[in-house]
Write a protein that binds this ligand. Structure first.
Ligand code: DX5
Ligand code: ZN
Length: 216
């Protein structure tokens, strides 16, 4: 069964607590938290205090996607705030192996996120340090963008690479995931699905999450 991770980027922030409770009741598996710094991506969102607030309301795993420069400086803060999963961008980490070791040393699951233009070869030699890989299927920074088609082939190639290296790392896909795209994404080998607008922009979260699972 796939992991459905609603991205709170598309939630109603005037009622974040309620939104978190509602997606949990609706059958979500993880909560995806998009951290943006206005440097690595052209948008600014939230930091550890929001992660800490989510932790108080939700019993789901908190999956923190760091779209920030020099993430090593902030990783301990996000771990302290209650992150269960942390992904860093390969493009922002000159010492990727060290960043992953840092995450794991804090008892948090470690992932690497790859922008659409970043080759899989950037993770080839650190696969043994990975609990998950996040394939960005849009350019990071905003919700509600269209799925980039070439991501399907990239996910398939990643599945093969992980199998070759005997890795059990989870393949997560983020950006433009909806009832139309989820089948192909799943077929290509992904098992963790981030969805922002496809969930929060609908009236009935339970029905939407069920429909996403059925469409898989
Ligand atoms: C984009 C974020 C995504 C975003 C996805 O930079 O990483 O998590 O919330 O939004 P949708 O699902 O609307 O494409
Ligand atoms: Zn994300």
């Amino acid at each position: 069964m796939g992991i459905i991770a609603p991205s709170i980027l598309s939630a109603d922030f005037t009622r974040l607590g309620e939104e978190l409770i509602n997606v949990e009741k609706a059958g979500a598996d993880w909560i995806h938290i998009d951290v943006m710094d206005g440097q690595f991506v052209p948008n600014i969102t939230y930091g550890p205090i929001i992660v800490e607030a989510c932790k108080r309301v939700s019993t789901l795993k908190l999956d923190v996607h760091l779209m920030i420069e020099t993430p090593d400086l902030m990783i301990p803060e996000f771990a302290r705030a209650g992150a269960d999963y942390i992904s860093v961008h390969a493009e922002a980490c000159p010492h990727l192996h060290r960043s992953l070791q840092l995450i794991r040393s804090l008892d948090v699951k470690a992932g690497v996120a790859l922008n659409p233009g970043t080759p899989l070869s950037s993770i080839e030699w650190i696969i043994d340090q990975l609990d998950f890989v996040l394939i960005m299927s849009v350019n990071p920074g905003f919700g509600g963008q269209n799925f980039i088609r070439s991501s399907i082939e990239k996910i398939s190639a990643l599945s093969r690479l992980l199998a070759e290296k005997n890795s059990s790392a989870i393949i997560q896909v983020d950006g433009g995931v909806n009832q139309k795209t989820i089948h192909e994404i799943h077929k290509a080998g992904a098992t963790s699905f981030v969805a922002g607008s496809a969930i929060f922009n609908t009236p009935d979260y339970r029905q939407t999450i069920q429909a996403l699972r059925q469409a898989m």
